[in-house]
Design a protein around this ligand. Sequence first.
Ligand SMILES: Nc1ncnc2c1ncn2[C@@H]1O[C@H](COP(=O)(O)OP(=O)(O)OP(=O)(O)O)[C@@H](O)[C@H]1O
Ligand SMILES: [Mg+2]
Length: 248
Amino acid sequence: MLRIVNLTKHFDDLIILEKFNLTVPSDGFTVLIGPSGCGKSTLFDLLTGVVPKDSGEIVWEQRRMNHLGRNAAYMQQKDLLLPWFSLLENALLPARISKTDMVKSEIKARKLFRRLGLAGFENYHPAKISGGMRQRCALVRTLMFDYELVLLDEPLSALDAITRRSLQALLLMLQSDFRKTILMITHDIEEALLLADELIVLTPAPMRIRKRFALTSPKPRRMNDPFLVELKERMLELLQEDAGLIIR
Ligand SMILES: Nc1ncnc2c1ncn2[C@@H]1O[C@H](COP(=O)(O)OP(=O)(O)OP(=O)(O)O)[C@@H](O)[C@H]1O
Ligand SMILES: [Mg+2]
């Protein structure tokens, strides 16, 4: 279980998080959804130590830690692929840095390239491929490690509908077959409803939990489920209210 306790972060006089609390159950698929600029990516940066927290606690499996470090794989919103390396080299970079067995790593990477529809592009450079392909390559790199926790910041946002659906299935498999704890940010309400065990709606900064929804229907789900259709409407209203888009 991941527990975030009283997490606080200010950027100068901009308060992003003020005593933010969240509990994420192990093996669950938790989805965060909230207005642009509310602090979602900052939360992930704080959890993984990309950005230092001001105060508060991060507790993973009863252990209090400064940040999650090697317990979490993190796919950032920006893909951070290095332009002078091929896609395969980019995917293998974390393995090289952490001195993991390179033969095994390459076999695994090539398998993931195939699974994510990137077979044949291993030797391309990032500048020569599309945005959606870059995103999938970043996802390959994130999935190279068997960390228990997987943090995904809008991992499928640049994909076409068909590829997106196939990668949603991949994420579900990751959760069910590999028993990962997944924490994902998305702006896509339907995606959230199809994947989440728990859906957390966030307020504008300073970010707080606006509402939590437990989704217990079995997966894979379809959007024609009346419960999901109804929930989608309620979420749209919540998000529009917070964005100041509903004028009463
Ligand atoms: N390094 C930084 N220095 C100063 N301000 C920052 C920094 N990083 C983020 N911010 C500010 O913090 C706020 C939250 O940014 P963040 O990227 O966490 O939002 P978000 O919820 O992920 O938004 P989006 O949905 O658009 O990705 C924004 O106002 C942003 O300008
Ligand atoms: Mg963001």
